[in-house]
Ligand binder design. Structure first.
Ligand code: NIG
Ligand code: FE
Length: 406
């Protein structure tokens, strides 16, 4: 067994509640701590370095003052894409409307066209550096959605690219089928006909090839309507998929559908109204704030404070995508969300770790404790508060996955 340490501080985030508000006083901070890792890459024990030394066969010594935290999980990204939407961003900032941007060749459809044009090899070559940049930030579990293919061949292509990316990284990649991102412009039929096509043609193949066990849908005026979406989600669930929803981004109401269908998570929620906050916060569905989309679009932040005060399970994810959230720095975004929404450090760290893990249905990571995956992030600092204080500018000096430096 290998002992890694001593760390000036380890903040293991263990023994904390899954839901509701957290105060920083609840955080366990182990001074001069060590992490004991078993051969299989799982944590054996976390505690005082001096107590663990006698149990270790090998010591990986950490020099200088360093802080260790559980590695982060980004539970909502769209990082498998071709092309670039810098022109959308510039036009939006210059005051152009959604319709004007679409008419100028922008919007989701433009990413669909660029992604369709890319070969699997090209798409993989675009995806891998994005994964690497998330890992450099300390994110070792990454959810990645399809949704820029929007027909059977192209959606499967995207999911196969995500599957092949797994062979090139030690990070855990969790893929989600977002064929229901919008009705593609070249589909003949109604949005609801398209959802039937996804259920009939795409999802059975996704299942047969083992490409994903999660399904997402964008419920919004410009995409799919509440009732057809509810039916779609129920059918996807009946096929054995976990479901998640892009909900209440601009129009309220769809987080209710996510809860009614028992979705793992309802993501966005920038427009969620008071009674829906209460409904969501008392459910098992994780509320996922995407501050990167608020910053990319100049829209309000998800009401994270209210969701937590109402007892909700709040995760924070980047939504990294070429359109609404081009930044891709979850730590910066979460730290800005904390400033505007008045979140404690504990709430932000929980939202990027064990609560985000729960949104993906995993239970083997996200805290530093016996039996968990030894994925952790190390900062060259003597105080864990500096991570959010420096708003993403304090980069990890090391990122460990399964007890080994990544
Ligand atoms: O999560 N809201 C819908 N989908 C993405 C945006 C994707 C895009 O603009 O390409 C989102 O913000
Ligand atoms: Fe998204």
């Amino acid at each position: 067994m290998k002992l890694i340490g001593p760390f000036k501080q380890i903040v293991p985030l263990r023994h904390l509640p899954l839901r509701g508000k957290l105060e920083d006083e609840q955080l366990e901070v182990i001074e001069n701590g060590g992490i004991l890792v078993a051969e299989d890459g799982r944590i054996e024990r976390v505690g005082a370095f001096s107590d663990l030394e006698r149990l270790a066969s090998d010591v990986e010594r950490i020099e200088g003052d360093k802080v260790a935290l559980p590695a982060y999980t980004d539970c909502h990204t769209h990082i498998c894409f071709g092309g670039n939407r810098a022109n959308d961003f510039a036009m939006r900032n210059a005051g152009k409307s959604y319709l004007e941007i679409a008419a100028a060749g922008g919007g989701i459809w433009s990413s669909v066209q660029h992604t369709r044009e890319a070969s699997e090899e090209e798409l993989l070559a675009l995806l891998l550096p994005r994964i690497a940049s998330l890992v450099r930030l300390g994110i070792t579990t990454i959810e990645i959605k399809s949704g820029y293919g929007l027909n059977k061949v192209q959606e499967l292509k995207m999911l196969r690219v995500i599957a092949s990316a797994k062979k090139h990284t030690k990070a855990s990649l969790i893929s989600t089928c977002l064929a229901a991102h919008m009705k593609p412009k070249d589909f003949e039929g109604s949005p609801s006909d398209y959802l039937d096509y996804v259920l009939r043609e795409i999802l059975p193949e996704v299942k047969a090839e083992g490409l994903s066990d999660r399904v997402d849908i964008f419920i919004e005026k410009s995409a799919f309507q509440p009732q057809e979406s509810l039916l779609f989600l129920q059918k996807a669930k009946a096929m054995g998929f976990e479901v998640t929803v892009h909900a209440d981004q601009f129009t309220p109401g769809s987080s209710r559908i996510a809860v009614e269908v028992g979705a793992r998570s309802a993501d966005h929620l920038e427009a969620t109204v008071a009674e829906d906050i209460a409904f969501l916060a008392s459910s098992e569905t994780v509320a996922v704030a995407l501050p990167g989309a608020s910053l990319g679009l100049g829209e309000p932040f998800t009401p994270a404070r209210k969701l937590l005060d109402a007892g909700g399970i709040l995760a924070i994810a980047s939504d990294w995508n070429p359109g609404s959230a081009p930044m891709g720095n979850l730590v910066t975004q979460a730290s800005i969300l904390a400033t505007y929404e008045k979140l404690s450090t504990a709430e932000v760290l929980a939202g990027m770790t064990y609560r985000a893990v729960h949104a993906l249905g995993l239970d083997d990571r996200g805290i530093l404790d016996a039996g968990k995956k030894a994925d952790f992030v190390v900062y060259d600092t003597d105080n864990f508060q500096n991570v959010l204080y420096q708003q993403g500018q304090l980069w990890p000096s090391m990122v460990y996955m399964d007890g080994c430096k990544g």
